[in-house]
Design a protein around this ligand. Structure first.
Ligand code: 5GP
Length: 212
């Protein structure tokens, strides 16, 4: 019998955390190391930060365009975070999943809740916690892009974001980036084997039963 690949549906890996817990670095390393993963590029009304690229970090739009996209049902979920609007585009995600590609989402707890209502078995939710408040403060201060006021606001919002930890399937305390990346990779390895995702299994088993 020639070996054949069992068709699999992609999964949606949601990574949420308070700002500064290391989520962006973890996502970047996962993407570098796993060719079957891609990042969902959100649409936002937030102004572009230095070093960001339109279409790469986010699709940057004005509030009018964002509202039009909401009305056209172009988002799988959308939410207001820190005075700006963010949304996850529907079409690109659905295409990736049906091609068997896995997608990472860097979204907040509101987005994770909304995806929970529409994504069913496709969804795997991971929450990343900082090892301590001091460490979170230190990491937020290191970000040159944000003003002191923004840092203070985000520190205040961190407690609020963290209050949603129990709505996630997996919790990672990010003390060491390499260890945390390894943990997310373990989650991915196991989740990819779930029966519900292996949509080609019934054909495969039928072939086994029929003896070829
Ligand atoms: P930032 O403006 O720092 O890039 O992101 C601020 C927050 O918005 C982060 O917590 C990030 O996870 C969240 N976020 C980014 N894109 C989306 C999105 O499409 N939907 C939701 N719900 N949150 C998002």
């Amino acid at each position: 019998m020639s070996a054949f690949r069992i068709e699999r549906r992609g999964l949606m890996l949601v990574l949420s955390s308070p700002s500064g817990a290391g989520k962006t670095t973890i996502s970047r390393l996962l993407l570098e190391r796993d060719s079957n993963l891609s990042m969902s590029i959100s649409t936002t009304t937030r102004p572009m930060r230095p070093g960001e690229e339109d279409g790469c970090d986010y699709n940057f739009v004005d509030p009018t365009e964002f509202n039009l996209m909401v009305n056209r049902h172009e988002f799988l979920e959308h939410a207001k975070v820190f005075d700006n609007y963010y949304g996850t585009p529907r079409a690109s995600v659905e295409e990736a999943l049906s091609n068997g590609s896995d997608v990472i989402f860097d979204i907040d707890w509101q987005g994770a809740q909304q995806l929970g209502e529409v994504a069913g078995d496709d969804l795997v939710r991971v929450f990343i916690l900082p090892p301590s408040t001091d460490e979170l403060y230190r990491r937020l201060n290191q970000r040159a892009q944000d003003s002191d006021e923004v840092v203070e606001t985000r520190m205040a919002r961190a407690a609020d974001e963290m209050s949603h930890w129990a709505e996630y399937d997996f919790i990672i305390i990010n003390e060491d980036i390499e260890v945390s990346v390894g943990r997310v990779q373990s989650i991915l390895r196991a989740e990819r084997l779930r029966r519900q995702r292996q949509v080609g299994l019934s054909d495969f088993v039928k072939r086994l039963q029929e003896g070829y």
